[in-house]
Design a protein around this ligand. Structure first.
Ligand code: SF4
Length: 464
């Protein structure tokens, strides 16, 4: 298999296409355990509060409701058309905001807020306004705060967009996945080009002049080179500021509804790789710049500027230029990152409600990072975001000699080095252009937990 920029043999592809984490966190959520409880979370929130008023916070709010399930979906969702269930959830969410705010009396500025789901615009504009109004009773946005929301063009109305602009939202993330009708039929998500175009045009008209992001997926059932190419052409014509091109995470052992997808219709690893290359080449040709492993942005977008300067960061919400030191998650299943600890909220509505009724933060499990975790997290984050880690910087930050500390990892890198995916010099570890898709494999060499976890049963999706 060959393209003008990247050459990867099928044998190499087979060798590197193995289950691996996406590294939205390190250690990954697989390491979370119930020993990290509410008391631990309160303790870390108190430490976060002690950082004082000059340290802005990030917030993620999970709004889990959708009217229908899309078969490919990997999110934590509640499928219902019963609006009372949603209204009850918002009441509890506001009570969770009260609880968290009561522990953060000194720290009230916000650099980043994201509403994700589910489908945030499942709720009415009035409900969304009420929720944000409640949040703003306690917290103040910085003047250049990033206020983002995921929108589904199938259910988001012009009234929603008017309301979101008025509330101060400045980023829209639109689920698109693939505009090809046969693919949409296979994943039970029907969303026409016209719907998507109408939404982006209206969004721009009312004030989202930048900050429109599309999510696409490669590796879905029935995807073919020809139709995928057409789909990419349609997306490029709409000119979103950013595009995420995610590899489909086929994990039917975790997401039972994915069993309804016809396995025979999934693209082979070889085709999947070609789809990825096609996306990369089409976006580069169209003037987008590559961001991390699977994002693209127009050159004037701040993510592209940060990537050029190797100043990109990543948290549970994705790539960012705003690395707030603490990220607090609100809502069912949300995962926060506070003072060197990860904390995940209850996944079941009933358990989430019960905790709040008891006046408890609804945390169900988490993980507290030790020094080794922090060192490895730094290295993995640098590789995932900037494809480069400077050994001297790691030494400066953590007081270790890189080559000694990572002797085992460097040995494990031999395979990707031989494949031309990574270069190790006396100064740095650098992922090559050809290795971008395989950056997860490179990071896996630095992961202390992986071997023990992979032995027994499948956990992670495949890296290609
Ligand atoms: S709309 Fe989004 S969150 Fe809801 S089921 Fe479909 S993919 Fe999942």
């Amino acid at each position: 298999m060959e393209t003008n920029r990247y050459t990867v043999t099928e044998e190499t592809l087979r060798r590197f296409d193995k289950p691996g984490p996406r590294y939205t966190s390190y250690p990954t959520a697989v390491e979370f355990h119930a020993g990290v409880d509410e008391a631990a979370y309160r303790d870390r929130l108190a430490k976060a509060d002690a950082c004082g008023p000059d340290a802005p916070l990030s917030f993620y709010t999970h709004l889990p409701f959708c009217e229908h399930r899309c078969l490919f979906c990997g999110c934590h969702v509640v499928i219902t058309r019963n609006l009372d269930i949603g209204a009850k959830y918002l009441d509890y969410l506001k009570r969770e905001i009260d609880l968290v705010a009561s522990l953060l009396s000194k720290r009230r500025t916000v650099a980043q807020l994201q509403w994700g789901g589910g489908t945030p615009t499942y709720f009415t504009p009035d409900q969304l306004g009420d929720l944000l109004g409640h949040f703003k009773k306690y917290f103040t946005f910085e003047s250049d705060a990033e206020i983002a929301v995921e929108v589904d063009p199938r259910v988001t109305t012009t009234e929603h967009l008017d309301c979101l602009v008025e509330l101060g939202f400045n980023r829209l993330s639109m689920g698109v996945q693939d505009l090809t009708p046969e693919v949409q039929e296979a994943i039970t998500r029907n969303q026409t080009v016209e719907q998507t175009r109408a939404m982006i045009e209206y969004a721009r008209k009312v004030g989202f002049t930048e900050g429109i992001n599309f999510d696409l997926i490669y590796g879905l059932p029935r995807q073919q080179l020809e139709t995928f190419d057409k789909n990419l052409g349609q997306v490029i014509e709409l000119r979103p500021d950013r595009v995420a091109v995610y590899s489909f995470a086929y994990v039917p052992w975790i997401k039972g509804h994915q069993k309804k997808l016809d396995k025979e219709e999934l693209p082979s690893p070889d085709l999947k790789f070609k789809l990825y290359l096609m996306a990369m080449e089409r976006f580069l040709e169209a003037g987008y710049e590559p961001i991390g492993m699977d994002h693209f942005a127009l050159p004037e977008d701040e993510l592209a500027q940060a990537a050029r300067n190797r100043r990109l960061y990543r948290n549970f919400m994705g790539y960012t230029v705003k690395p707030a030191s603490d990220m607090i998650a609100l809502g069912v299943s949300g995962i926060g990152d506070v003072q060197r600890g990860y904390f995940q909220n209850e996944k079941k509505l009933s358990a989430y409600y019960a905790a709040i009724d008891d006046g408890r933060l609804p945390v169900s499990k988490g993980y507290l990072l030790d020094e080794d975790d922090r060192i490895r997290r730094y290295v993995i984050t640098q590789l995932m975001c900037n494809f480069h880690v400077r050994k001297a910087k790691v030494a400066e930050l953590f007081g270790i000699a890189f080559d000694d500390y990572f002797a085992v990892s460097l040995e494990r890198l031999q395979e990707p080095i031989e494949a031309g995916f990574v270069e190790v010099t006396g100064d740095a570890v650098t992922v090559t252009d050809a290795g971008r898709l395989f950056v997860r494999n490179v990071c896996m060499a630095f992961d202390r937990y992986l071997e023990a976890k992979q032995r027994d049963k499948p956990i992670f999706s495949r890296t290609v």
